[in-house]
Design a protein around this ligand. Structure first.
Ligand code: NAI
Ligand code: MG
Length: 499
């Protein structure tokens, strides 16, 4: 691991301007202060210094935002706008985002910590693609005609109608992607939205709010309330006038959301944690499996819900894979996200730094060994060394719980059935991967893994068109793909006597 402090990307003028001003809430088409007048700081995780101040929304602001979204849905022009026009607006937002790509990449890097190069090739283009993908769906949300068997002559058909006012609570690992992935299908389906970004990373959602204003969505269609989870987030989840909550974040908070939603039985979709098994068989093409396994855990500092955090390697290949992944880890250049040479940035927050270091300590106390890494890097910012842990087993906390940092546990296996049982012995079920050229074995294991996505000879490939979500405690529902539209629509059956 080398630390780099050399060539900082010069901060674009619109980004400096954006962070210099205290940012407001977007409610009913206007930028407003929090009702309390309070603000909170968001930090640059590479330095721990304050990056910007943001309005601290709370219950009263959520009330105002929900009222605006309610009015826009129930009486506003939005419900009479054609599907084609909705699609055009969502598409236009994608175009504007693309035009401002560099600003968004820099702001994401400064606020979240990730390398700006990563934000340029992943976060921003993926967000643009999501907007375009769902823009296309606006005109294709169709019902069916149903050949019912009741006696008499009936015409029966289904309509797919927008679910209503949607609350969306998003995390900090991919702040912009999470915002567009939640907004795009909701808007394409004709819903109105109150979006609550994570308190660690509120900035790109607020900058997106400026583009939303520029596109010309009617007032109240998109409201953005920044604030803390326990206050603004909880108020949104419990709000009696909200029809649906979409949440991405921890499994723990996912359960709180379910409880909060019970009051008015609002619909809930959840994308939660994971502890995904990444399985390398003895016949795997090792030259692609090794970088694949490294990337599966070190990408985005390991702060990825579908990270390949449990690496299972066939006995015969174990030493070679551990060695290969450790060598790659040791070459990763750690540094501030705005440093052009950085390949790995800091974790998002001091809290996350402490959480991940706490897991490392727990692993060592239970007998795990670090082949490489195993500690914080430096004493400024929230950097953690990419870490490969061996001598681990399924009873250890580091193998059972989501670490959400650049830490992989590697375990050997010999027997296939035993492997499948171990891979499935987790309360999560978000993703898994299998590395082998043997197609029978690959598909057999894919069918036996209890996970929402299984990658064969690749890892982490996601696409706007491909459903993603969890079995077991990794969540409810599927995002991405046309299935995601189901989360934002109700089905109405219409049955007419026609003779
Ligand atoms: P979190 O679940 O607390 O935060 C996610 C979002 O939920 C944020 O917007 C937060 O403000 C909001 N929130 C928090 N408490 C809430 C409440 N009571 N009611 C409504 N909204 C609430 O996640 P946190 O604490 O930042 O990270 C903890 C762990 O969660 C991570 O270490 C990781 O394991 C997991 N996580 C998983 C993510 C995923 O992509 N599935 C993303 C972020 C975290
Ligand atoms: Mg939390």
């Amino acid at each position: 691991m080398a630390t780099v402090i050399q060539n900082m990307t010069p901060i674009a003028e619109p980004v400096s301007r954006f962070v210099a001003k205290t940012r407001s809430l977007l409610i009913n088409g206007k930028w407003v202060s929090a009702a309390s007048g309070k603000t909170f700081p968001t930090y640059n995780p590479a330095t721990g210094e304050i990056l910007a101040h943001v309005a601290e929304g709370d219950r009263e602001d959520i009330d105002r935002a929900v009222a605006a979204a309610r009015a826009a849905f129930d009486k506003g022009p939005w419900r009479h706008i054609t599907a084609s026009e909705r699609g055009r607006l969502v598409w236009k937002l994608g175009d504007l985002l693309e035009q401002h790509a560099e600003e968004f990449a820099q702001l994401e890097s400064l606020d979240q910590g990730k390398p700006v190069g990563l934000a340029r090739v992943v976060d921003v283009p993926v967000s643009v693609d999501q907007l375009r993908y769902y823009a296309g769906w606006a005109t294709k949300i169709e019902g069916n005609t149903i050949p019912i068997s009741a006696r008499g002559k009936f015409l029966a058909y289904t309509l797919r109608e927008p679910i209503g006012v949607v609350g969306q609570i998003i995390p900090w690992n991919f702040p912009l992607i999470m915002a567009t992935l939640k907004l795009a299908p909701a808007l394409a389906a004709g819903c109105t939205v109150v979006l609550k970004p994570a308190e660690q990373t509120p900035l790109t959602a607020l900058m997106l709010g400026e583009l939303i204003q520029e596109v010309g969505f009617p007032e109240g269609v998109v409201n953005i309330v920044t604030g803390y989870g326990e206050t603004a987030g909880a108020a949104l989840a419990a709000h009696p006038k909200v029809d649906k909550i979409a949440f991405t974040g921890s499994t723990e908070v996912g359960k709180l959301i379910v409880h909060a939603a019970a009051g008015n039985l609002k619909k809930v979709s959840l994308e939660l944690g994971g502890k995904s098994p990444n399985i390398v068989f003895d016949d795997a093409e090792i030259d692609s499996a090794i970088p694949g396994a490294a990337n599966a855990i070190f990408f985005n500092q390991g702060q990825v819900c579908c990270a390949g955090s449990r690496l299972y390697v066939a006995d015969k290949q174990f030493d070679r894979v551990v060695d290969g992944v450790s060598q790659l880890a040791s070459k990763i250049r750690i540094g501030p996200g705005m440093e052009t040479a950085s390949q790995m940035g800091p974790l998002v927050s001091e809290e996350q730094l402490n959480r991940v270091c706490g897991y490392l300590e727990s692993g060592f106390s239970e007998g795990a060994k670090a082949v490489v890494g195993g500690a914080r890097e430096g004493d400024r910012g929230y950097f953690v060394q990419p870490t490969v842990l061996v001598d681990t087993n399924e009873t250890m906390k580091v193998v059972r719980e989501e670490i959400f940092g650049p830490v992989v546990t590697v375990m050997p296996f010999s027997d296939l059935d035993d492997l499948v049982a171990k891979a499935n012995s987790t309360e999560y079920g978000l993703a898994a991967a299998v590395w082998t050229p043997d197609i029978k074995k690959a598909h057999r294991v894919a069918s036996e893994l209890r996970a929402g996505t299984v990658w064969l000879n690749c890892y982490g490939v996601l696409d706007s068109a491909m459903p993603f979500g969890g079995y077991k405690q990794s969540g409810w529902g599927r995002e991405m793909g046309h299935q995601m539209l189901d989360l934002y629509t109700e089905t109405k059956s219409v049955c007419a006597l026609i003779s």
